[in-house]
Every structure is written in structure tokens, then in C-alpha cells.
Design a protein around this ligand. Sequence first.
Ligand SMILES: *Cc1c(COP(=O)(O)O)cnc(C)c1O
Ligand SMILES: [Zn+2]
Length: 407
Amino acid sequence: MGNSYQLCCSVCDRFYDPARLRNLCECGGPLLVAYDFAKIRREWGKSALQSTPSTMWRYDPVLPADRASAISLGEGWTPLLPAPVLGAAIGARDLWLKEEGQNPTGSFKARGMSAAVTMAKKLGATRLAAPSAGNAGGALAAYAAAAGVEVHVAMPADVPQANYLECEAAGAHVTLVNGLIGDCGRIVAERSQAEGWFEVGALKEPYRIEGKKTIGYELAEQFDWELPDAIVCPCGGGVSLIGIRKAFSELEELGWIGSKRPKMIAVQATGCAPIVRAFETGALRSEAWQHAHTLASGLRVPKALGDFLVLKSIRESRGTALAIGDAEMLDGGMELARREGIFAAPEGGACVAAIGKLIASGFLKPDDRIVILNTGSGLKYLEAYGTRFIRNTAGEADKLGGLITPR
Ligand SMILES: *Cc1c(COP(=O)(O)O)cnc(C)c1O
Ligand SMILES: [Zn+2]
């Protein structure tokens, strides 16, 4: 089946031909993929999913490329796990975990980069570049390696060690920047102009969000086409939040689900909460957050290109936005590990803390079906969790009983 779609600007509704590599609309707005659902509906049905791969490419009729041509490392189709023990502890009786830490490179960024690198290569790009707060760089480096294309990543110098090392290991050209992702973005934009690199920053090209939206398709399929009441979603650039909503409206156009929508709950860090602030003040766009700091590197995004789309998604779904402190995130992450055996990124830990607060406030009800989107593995955040434990390996430890030295 051929994929029939156009690119449509999310700001001015102008259309573009997808046969050419493109970044933003002429007006500066992000481009989104608009499919011909009349055609797809005729050619594709739920029963086709029985013989599809266990990756996000099982949904290739609504992806920009077919699975045979995809650059894939097995991303997506991650487990949807019940979390009854954690649920009982925090007062949520129907709690679930979408476990994105099991993706290649340990985070859901793999989904977006699989789609973006597939399309960039297909449309002729040979040198890719992106700014990254952490996991996007690692995922891009991995997919670029698999595709055999050159890649340049700019990251904050204090990015988690895992993210820096995975980029270097995959052969990416890494620039460490004394600043935040916005500063990295400016450097990448300038150098891309000069060097002819193709930029694959969040929402700077149309396809990363297509990969990310498959989380929404999977949730629908895994819940047997009955969407939950709320999805608690860590929010940095907001690509997953927008993408999941896009998936739901596409699924309704396909006739696979009805009009019920989960509340989208955006979780940010108290040290960087531009979407929360805009949500609370009723603004249509966010303002750049000054002196952004949080150990949840994926949430350290002071100003997102798609902020207006995130805010629209939250409001239309009757959701909300809230900020969690770094200490509470680590507590939440460790509670998840202790009670369910899943060692989550601090971004996932933040969702645990958020649910506790929203149940206490009455925004979420104890019987609501709630999904935590755990966006990454705790194993990528050893410095952050390491602040909670002291490992004695010096001789001193013998006395403390922390180290056994064989005689
Ligand atoms: C990038 C990232 C986020 C934020 O994702 P968006 O979809 O851009 O909001 C959250 N958690 C982790 C682990 C990330 O890597
Ligand atoms: Zn436009």
C-alpha cells in the first residue's frame, strides 16, 4: 500500500508536497503529516494487525514510510503493564504503566528518530544534525549509525553521562555547549545553514512526531480500543503529548475508536515549567523559562517550538499541567522500582508524584483508569539516582558492613 499524505502547516494550514525534504513552513510553523483517511480506511483494518511486526511499524499505513523501507532497531510495541501495588499505595485503583524504557537506546526518543532518520535518508539527506537535552541525541546517533549517515549533535555540557557516551559510541560528532537546549538549537541552526546539514530537532521536521504518535495507537490497541481516562505524560518539547492526541483523532477518522478522549496531564519540573505557567495563566503560548534547572534532563526545555499545540491538546482534552520538584521525582522513581520492579527515568518518577497530588486534589478519581507514560529507563540517569545512595568501596566500608573482602 502506498502512503498518501501531504504536509500541512500547524499554524497557517498551507500544504506542501512531501516528496521534498522540508523543515518548517515558510511562516515558521511546524509541519504535520495529513493522511488521506478516505483511502486508508478502505485499504486497512484492525484485522491486518494480527500479522504485523512487534514494532511501531505495525502501523505503517499511517506512517510516512512502509515498514520494508524503515530504519528500525525494534522500537515501539512496548509493554503496557498493570501497576496494582503502586496503585494501591497512591490511591489509584486502575493504574497502568506504558514502559518506554524498553525502547532501543532506553527512551521513547527512539520512535521519533526511527521515523525521522528513515525519511531524511529516503529524501536524500546525508548529514543530519540536532540539538538535544539528552535522549534525543543518543537515539539520533543510533539511527544515523544504522542508516549509515553522518550526524552532528549539540548537547548541554552537563547532559547525563549516558547520553554523551552513547552519542560518541555511535560515531556522532558531539558538540558540548555551555548552555541549555535552546543555545544548542541556535548553534545547530547556524552550522546547518553553513554546512548543509538537515536539522531533525523536535518539530523542526514533520516526521519525529509521526514516530511518537504510535504510543497513542499502541495504547488504543493494547486497551482493546477503549481509551483510558487519563494519560500522565512528562512534557519537555511536548512532542509525545501532541503526537498521542494526533493518533487519537486519526483513530477516530479510521473509525477504530469513538469520541472519548483521555485527559492529557502534562508533567514538568518546578525548575522548568513554562507549559504549566502558560496553562495556569490561560496563555496560548509559553514564555521562555529563565535559569531552567532540573535533573530530569528531558524536561529541561525552557521554550518549546510546539508550545501552542501542547497547550491546545491539554485544554481540549480537559487535562491539566503541573510541576514536580526534583527530589519528589527521584522518590517517585524509586517508589515505582520498589513496588513494580520498573526502574524509571526521573521523568517517569515525576508522573508518580503527579498522580498522588491529582488524586489528593480530586482532579483524578481513585477509580479512573490512569496511564503513566514512563518515557525512559532509570539506567540512563545514574548520576541523578546516585545522589540517593552511598556505595562504600573504600576500606572504611568494612567497618560499616558495606563491603566484604574475601580473605
Ligand atoms: C525527551 C524526553 C521527554 C520529553 O518529551 P517530549 O515528548 O518532547 O515532551 C521526557 N522524558 C524523557 C526521558 C525524554 O527523553
Ligand atoms: Zn505556516
